[in-house]
Design a protein around this ligand. Structure first.
Ligand code: F6P
Length: 343
């Protein structure tokens, strides 16, 4: 079988270990493995190159993706020609299967292409950890580690200056990144996209803390938090229609509000793409490798339209269609239970 592998959407640590897993298992299955460059853009433009054992055997520790990535969306209205090119190139290049690694966007495209007859399987990656039907996506653990390190550093300077520091982390419309980073850092408040912004509730808490002598503070805010000032601003969207959230200035807005309402000098820091780079953690390396192996096995079995997933400690196959149907966001009960930490 001739099998194409691509990585699409925002990159994250773990993509290289996953590519390695697919290739290594694919070799056992006798596949001819082809790297499609730059996500779906590579299929649209026919940019491919063979993937050998030598190319992948020593990439397990590397961040990014050796295949490159893009946010090309052949299903975007107006991109009909791209869609035709995808289908034509998949045939012309002789692909018997395509293994797509991505989040809701890239795998959403894979799912739609599968419905149009393309033999596709999915592997879930995203630092946002917001794909449904899988407990974790690789990239998340590494990115949270980076965010946590930043939070710990901000705590040091917040303490020295008796200030409040607001850290904005990525994660788009799911608050997993902010939640895990905030719990891990012992933050004084965590702002999630799933919870309506209540500045007064947060500031009353910050005032109470000062009254009992804690002079400094650390807030972790998700980039996806709805803020009033964002409503009227010009917004930029990507090829999948997602608003570029960092342009809304969540951390800066929150910091100004705290200063006004609590009367404490407050600074903000936006972590941005720093979270997407670096060597994957062992959790991400192992998860990505196991998912990659499963992806190759799904191709071998002819289980197309499926996504490899982790549920509990087991690697399983789920329907791609279902996995991309709804985002996995932070349940409100989980938020309610961790509010006990804000004392
Ligand atoms: O989906 C991953 C992610 O890092 C989000 O957390 C973030 O909002 C977005 O990608 C940023 O996208 P880009 O790299 O296109 O700026």
């Amino acid at each position: 079988m001739r099998v194409g592998i691509l990585t699409g959407g925002g990159d994250c640590p773990g993509l290289n270990p996953a590519i390695r897993g697919v290739v290594m298992r694919g070799i056992d299955h006798g596949f001819e493995l082809i790297g499609i460059q730059l996500g779906w853009k590579g299929l649209v433009e026919g940019i491919v190159a063979p993937l050998s054992l030598e190319q992948v055997e020593d990439i397990i520790y590397q961040g990014g993706t050796i295949l490159g990535s893009s946010r090309t969306n052949p299903f975007k209205p107006g991109n009909e020609r791209q869609l035709e090119a995808c289908l034509e190139n998949a045939k012309a290049l002789g692909f018997d299967a395509i293994v797509a690694m991505g989040g809701e966007d890239t795998l959403g495209v894979a799912s739609k292409l599968f419905k149009l007859g393309m033999p596709a399987v999915g592997i879930p990656k995203t630092m946002d950890n917001d794909l449904d039907y899988t407990d974790y996506t690789f990239g998340f653990d590494t990115a949270v580690g980076v965010a946590l390190d930043a939070a710990d550093r901000l705590r040091d300077t917040a303490k020295s200056h008796r200030r409040i520091l607001v850290l904005e982390v990525m994660g788009r419309h799911a608050g997993w990144m902010a939640l895990y980073c905030g719990i891990g850092a012992g933050a004084d408040w965590i702002l999630l996209p799933e919870v309506a912004l209540d500045l007064e509730e947060m500031c009353a808490h910050l005032r109470r803390r000062r009254e009992r002598g804690k002079q400094w503070g650390l807030i972790v805010a998700s980039e996806g938090v709805e803020i009033p000032s964002a409503d009227t601003e010009d917004i930029t969207v990507d090829a999948f229609g997602h608003v570029i959230l960092r342009e809304r200035g969540v951390a800066e807005f929150i910091a100004k509000e705290i200063e006004k309402r609590v009367g404490v000098e407050t600074r903000s820091a936006v972590l941005g793409h720093v979270q997407r780079g670096g060597s994957p953690t062992v959790f991400d390396r192992v998860l990505a490798t196991r998912l990659g192996i499963k992806g190759a096995d799904l191709v071998k079995e002819g289980s197309f339209g499926k996504m490899a997933a982790i549920q509990g400690s087991q690697i399983v196959a789920v329907d791609l269609d279902q996995a991309v149907n709804e985002l996995k966001t932070v349940p409100i009960e989980l938020w309610e239970s961790i509010k006990t930490l804000f004392k």
